[in-house]
Design a protein around this ligand. Structure first.
Ligand code: HEM
Length: 540
């Protein structure tokens, strides 16, 4: 049975019915019930329809889960039948979803990808081994902030900075250095860099509401050209990843000595396991990918010149993105995985830290308590380090409270029912899209007293954490498709906030009152609608 074709009007004909939900309009269904910011609108619908809501979005059956109890039922009893992702049409560009951990279908191939990422890469030991690399990124960020403040003052300004850019760049270097176990590149604040531009374009395109997602019959037309434009941004991002891989292969070929094996080494080794004769990760293939970039006229002059002497430039061979044997790794998959770690890790961490700093500027007492804790545990003469963080319960409680109120992926990544399934007594047909509204769950008055207030103290005498076993607090998701970067992400949040507070006192520009901080959200990834600006001053 194809879930996309089931009409909600048939609910009474089912052995057990769909969950309750608002009645939809012909053709468009409940699209207009989602409002401007769907996770907020759906939260309000809970009062009327309960914690499990049924919607028809265009022709797509959709179930929304919005309470800790319902989430617990889903992750404990239906994790497997709901283990697929609903893939937005934009992410099928270049076959991206096929090589993706986040959007790949639940299959043997996907399990292999995920296993490599969890056992080889994002394990606690690797995260701990790379502490010095992360510390360097944070130190650089503190330097950049100081320089920016000094520049602003030289120009007669107040020393106010816009925090989001510093956090974004710091996260970028942190993730990059972690995967490649060295400094990926000269740490500079180059806002015009090809990668950043392409990343912003990519997020911009995948965040747009797409008619093709609501009416899959229109996919072939790509009516808003979203898939095409996402593909163009992806080409640029993959070109960036290809450049990194190309460097590494060249280094390996030159026999450069390595102290530790990193994520990229692991991927390259995996590729050598199977020799089935088709595209493998080789210098030749990487070059082809870079050349393909040229065909899209997106390549900058530098890369163009670099390739100028390449004998392959003449016939510009097409790079095949087809997965012929999904059991094997192919060049595209390597690049996708590498790039996906950037995509998964940068915005989530930098956005959450920005929200955190906004909350702390709104709650100066909390900021002061964290600074006191740092002074007590670390003092003022040495820099706070990751190893100190476990001795700072108040900071840890604050980070949890930040993630409770501002989960950067508010409705997690949509799942897709792999088969007809019974869920909490309801019928959920195959191909139903499933949203878990973590944003709403984190504000549920049934589990959180005074849920809308920012109160880190609520976590001080509580064992609730974010690791996916306490279903009232799931900023990283739970179950088979939970976040791969949990350990790394959490460390990045805590250590960046600790360093920002140890080094600087923070205030709002123009003597603005704390309650004046604009806390409006954007749709999709939970960004601040108005970026946070504040004045840092070195602590005495
Ligand atoms: C504050 C930091 C972060 C938060 C809050 C966060 C949150 C999430 C969430 C909610 C999901 C979807 C889970 C679900 O659908 O159940 C996810 C998936 C994922 N995240 Fe993160 N993330 C963070 C940092 C990172 C980092 C640092 C990386 C990698 C370096 C990363 C890589 C991934 C990947 C690869 C997936 C897809 C997992 C899958 O579908 O199997 N994330 N993340």
């Amino acid at each position: 049975m194809d879930g996309d074709n089931i009409d909600i009007a048939n609910v009474t004909a089912m052995p057990y019915g769909f969950p309750p939900g608002p009645p939809g309009w012909p053709l468009v269904g409940n699209i207009f019930d989602l409002g401007q910011i769907p996770h907020q609108t759906l939260y309000k619908l809970q009062a009327h329809y309960g914690p499990v809501i049924w919607l028809k979005l265009g022709s797509i059956n959709t179930m929304v889960v919005q309470s800790a109890k319902a989430a617990s039922e889903l992750f404990k009893k239906c994790d497997l039948p709901f283990a697929d992702r609903k893939v937005p049409d934009s992410l099928t560009a270049l076959g991206y979803n096929r090589g993706s951990v986040a959007f790949g279908a639940y299959s043997g191939y996907w399990r292999k990808l995920r296993r490599i990422c969890t056992t080889e890469f994002l394990v606690q030991k690797r995260v701990n081994d790379s502490i010095p690399l992360r510390q360097k990124c944070i130190d650089d960020m503190i330097d950049w902030i100081q320089k920016d403040v000094a520049k602003s003052k030289e120009n007669g300004g107040s020393g106010e900075i816009q925090l989001d850019w510093f956090l974004f760049v710091t996260s970028f270097y942190t993730i990059g250095n972690f995967m490649l176990s060295r400094e990926v590149m000269e740490s500079t604040l180059d806002k015009t860099s090809e990668f950043f531009e392409a990343l912003l374009l990519f997020f911009g395109w995948i965040g747009k509401p797409n008619l093709s997602d609501l009416f899959p019959l229109l996919r072939w037309m790509d009516p808003q050209r979203i898939r095409r434009n996402t593909g163009a941004a992806l080409e640029r991002l993959l070109g960036f990843a290809a450049g990194i891989v190309k460097d590494r292969i060249e280094e390996n070929e030159l026999g450069k000595e390595k102290k530790t094996k990193d994520f990229l080494d692991t991927l390259l080794e995996e590729g050598e396991v199977n020799e089935t004769g088709h595209d493998k990760l080789s210098l030749k293939n990487i070059t082809i990918l870079l050349l393909r970039k040229l065909e899209f006229s997106l390549v900058d002059e530098v890369v163009g010149n670099m390739l100028g002497n390449n004998p392959m430039l003449g016939h510009k061979p097409k790079f095949s993105l087809k997965v012929e044997n999904p059991g094997d790794f192919e060049i595209f998959e390597y690049l996708s995985i590498l790039q996906e770690m950037f995509l998964g890790g940068i915005e989530t961490t930098s956005t959450t830290i920005e929200w955190g700093m906004a909350e702390l500027l709104r709650h100066p007492n909390t900021m002061k308590k964290i600074q006191d804790e740092i002074d007590q545990v670390v003092g003022r003469t040495r820099k706070v380090e990751e190893n100190d963080l476990n001795n700072m319960p108040y900071l840890q409680a604050t980070v949890k409270e930040i993630m409770r109120l501002h989960p950067p992926v508010p409705m997690l990544i949509p799942r897709n029912a792999r088969e007809d399934t019974e869920f909490m007594g309801y019928f959920v047909p195959k191909n139903t899209q499933i949203f878990v509204n973590a944003w709403a769950i984190h504000r549920d008055p049934a589990t959180w007293p005074d849920p809308l207030s920012f109160k880190p103290e609520r976590f001080l005498d509580s064992d609730i954490d974010y690791k996916g076993q306490h279903f009232q607090m799931i900023p990283f998701g739970s179950g088979r498709r939970s976040c791969l970067g949990l350990t790394l992400g959490h460390k990045m949040l805590s250590s960046t906030i600790a360093s920002l507070l140890q080094t600087f006192d923070w205030k709002l520009a123009g003597g603005a009152k704390p309650e004046a901080v604009d806390m409006r959200e954007t749709v999709g990834l939970l960004r601040k609608k108005v970026p946070l600006k504040a004045i840092p001053s070195l602590r005495e």
